[in-house]
Design a protein around this ligand. Structure first.
Ligand code: SR1
Ligand code: MG
Length: 400
């Protein structure tokens, strides 16, 4: 693959003019770099009339690290494949892809700049009444439609093959399941949290459960998942929600996406314990976060069960007893993966602003401690916390 990184605004503008008809040929275009994730270059191109689009380019390395950490550019093919498949099943939640160029490793897509990043919305304690319904429906549609319950066996196996994403999966295998559960040099541990981190590293029972979750992550091809569904990958307004950045997508366990999403609500919950602002308002918001997590599950499971009932290809898989068993498995997996994501965001490599915005190190450590306590509970008690209500009660118990 011959790759040329865009070196200046003119190269970006010329590329956009060649591959999109959004802008009039007489309009003057402006380019703004808005890269804020870890891996890629992202630019907004706009004209004076308010038209704009996004240019995303994947270099052959991790952007924030540079040449020292090479990374396959196949991730941009995976991302456009995942965006296109989501557009088929759930078009309202993804930006429209205008053009994909495999040679330049570029996607041109719809600008969703009228939406705000969910992580920041949660930090600002914004209540979004439609969010749970939108996320629950998206998860149910995508997971069911890309599973072997809805796809013919050969078509599903072909999807498993074309969505293989070994290099990005390897990053996840390491940063979720390996580093945070040992004293790894990549870990970033608040010095005030050393004892708690050490307890994680010494906890054989915990590591055994994490190994089970890792095995499933590495071998289960249940459905095509997003693979990195944290709150930074979600954008929202009061009535719309968009999911971006599916470059970690592959056919994996359904509970991984749900769990990562749950974890990011719970990381915010732990952050709200000590973020600035009125205590009563923060506690009320913690209640909204738990209610939203429960509503996402309710929406997902109801919608998924109905799809299983009416659209599963093999009739034996729509037996009510199987349905109930299967949804319980997904719930338990989701809690386990949520615990793993919370652990890695607390003592691993990629921390979150929901907790890092707490300036006082003692207060930050208090939130980090709560995050690790919730995470341990999720991983170790996932088979006995059977409902969102039991989960809420157990979390509220930890806080008192
Ligand atoms: C070294 S990459 C670390 C993280 O950034 C991405 O957004 C994924 O969450 C990945 O795990
Ligand atoms: Mg990302």
């Amino acid at each position: 693959m011959s790759f040329v990184k865009f070196n200046d605004d003119n190269q970006i503008i010329n590329f956009v003019r060649d591959h999109s008809d959004l802008f009039s040929c007489h309009s003057e275009l402006a380019v703004e770099e808005i890269s804020d994730g870890n891996l890629n270059y992202v630019y907004r191109v706009s004209d004076a009339s308010g038209n704009s689009l996004i240019v995303k380019q994947a270099p052959p390395y991790i952007r924030i690290i540079g040449d020292d950490w090479p990374l396959t550019q196949d991730r941009i093919r995976i991302e456009q494949q995942s965006l296109q498949l989501t557009a088929q099943h759930c078009p309202q939640v993804v930006p429209e892809v205008y053009h994909y160029d495999s040679e330049h490793c570029v996607i041109l897509m719809q600008d969703i700049g009228d939406h705000d990043n969910l992580r920041q919305l949660l930090i600002d304690r914004t209540e979004l009444p439609l969010l749970a319904q939108q996320l629950g429906n998206y998860l149910a549609q995508m997971m069911f439609r890309s599973s072997s319950m809805a796809m013919e066996s050969t078509a599903h196996k072909a999807l498993v093959k074309t969505s293989q994403n070994p290099e990005l999966c390897k990053i996840s295998e390491e940063v979720y399941f390996w580093d945070p559960f040992c004293d790894h040099e990549r870990n970033d541990v608040n010095p005030l949290l050393k004892d708690e981190a050490q307890s994680v590293w010494n906890n054989s029972e915990l590591k055994c459960e994490v190994a089970k979750l890792k095995r499933r992550f590495m071998s289960d091809t249940e459905a095509m998942i997003h693979g990195d569904l944290h709150s930074g990958s979600v954008f929202a307004t009061t009535d719309s929600c968009k999911i971006i950045d599916p470059e970690f997508s592959f056919c994996g366990p359904i509970g991984f996406d749900i769990g990562v999403l749950f974890a990011n609500f719970l990381l915010n919950y732990a952050g709200q314990q000590n973020l600035p602002g009125d205590r009563c308002e923060r506690m009320t918001y913690q209640g909204w976060l738990l209610q939203t997590l429960s509503d996402i599950w309710q929406q997902f499971s109801t919608h998924f069960a109905s799809l299983m009932q009416t659209e599963t290809l093999d009739p034996s898989l729509s037996e009510p007893g199987y349905q109930q068993w299967y949804l319980q498995q997904i719930w338990q997996d989701s809690l386990g993966y949520a615990g793993v994501e919370m652990t890695r965001r607390t003592i691993g490599i990629a921390h979150v602003a929901d907790i890092m915005n707490i300036e006082d190190p003692e207060l930050r450590a208090d939130s980090e401690r709560l995050s690790l306590q919730i995470a341990n509970m999720l991983i170790l008690q996932r088979n006995t916390l059977s409902t969102p209500k039991q989960l809420d009660d157990a979390i509220n118990q930890l806080r008192t």
